[in-house]
Design a protein around this ligand. Sequence first.
Ligand code: DX5
Ligand code: ZN
Length: 220
Amino acid sequence: MELSASILSADLLNLERDISQVLEMGVKWIHLDVMDGHFVPNLTFGIPLGQAIVSKFKVNIESHLMVDNPDKFLDKYCSFSKILTFHYEAPVQTNRTIKDIEGFGVIPGLSIKPGTHPSTIEKFLPEVGFVLVMTVEPGFSGQKLIEDSLYKVKLLRDYREKESLSFLIGVDGGINRENIGKVAATGPDMIISASSIFNGDIRENINHLKSAISVVTNGQ
Ligand code: DX5
Ligand code: ZN
């Protein structure tokens, strides 16, 4: 089970230092939240930051597009992303965007908001490499985990097994030291966290989160 660090809560004026610390702690994924101020009521990182990170660090970027139009700049997002995730709720032709991402040699990911049932995206599951289950309403870090969304992880795992599919499952939003055990127990492949990694001592935070994950994974 991978831990991915969402830099939304990083110290932006010391981003190089914060990313270095995360990588030193063995985290291999950076989660880049791209928000357009329309799909969500917030505005964040764009293409130059993603490109700067991959040119400086040996790290996989998993980009989370919270934008109305993921098709615009798709080639640019793909230039720095290992996984490129967009929202099922975005008003685009989901199938075509998935294919286009794949065409750029990047793993296509599909994300669902807390109110969207996984059955809605069933027909796309054979085509994607990643499903991102949102456990907060997208837009901001530091929100409270919506526990009622966690059932989706097991549902997606069961469906994946039944249909012999291979997409990975990520969980994003509101995950902290207290609830990460519960989240890990649902069996996702990736857990994303911003505030619980970057608020306070990064090394200590990652140690806590990782050991809570290993309690669950070693016990299985
Ligand atoms: C929310 C973002 C999340 C967010 C997580 O819109 O997609 O990735 O950064 O932040 P925390 O872990 O603080 O809830
Ligand atoms: Zn995110």
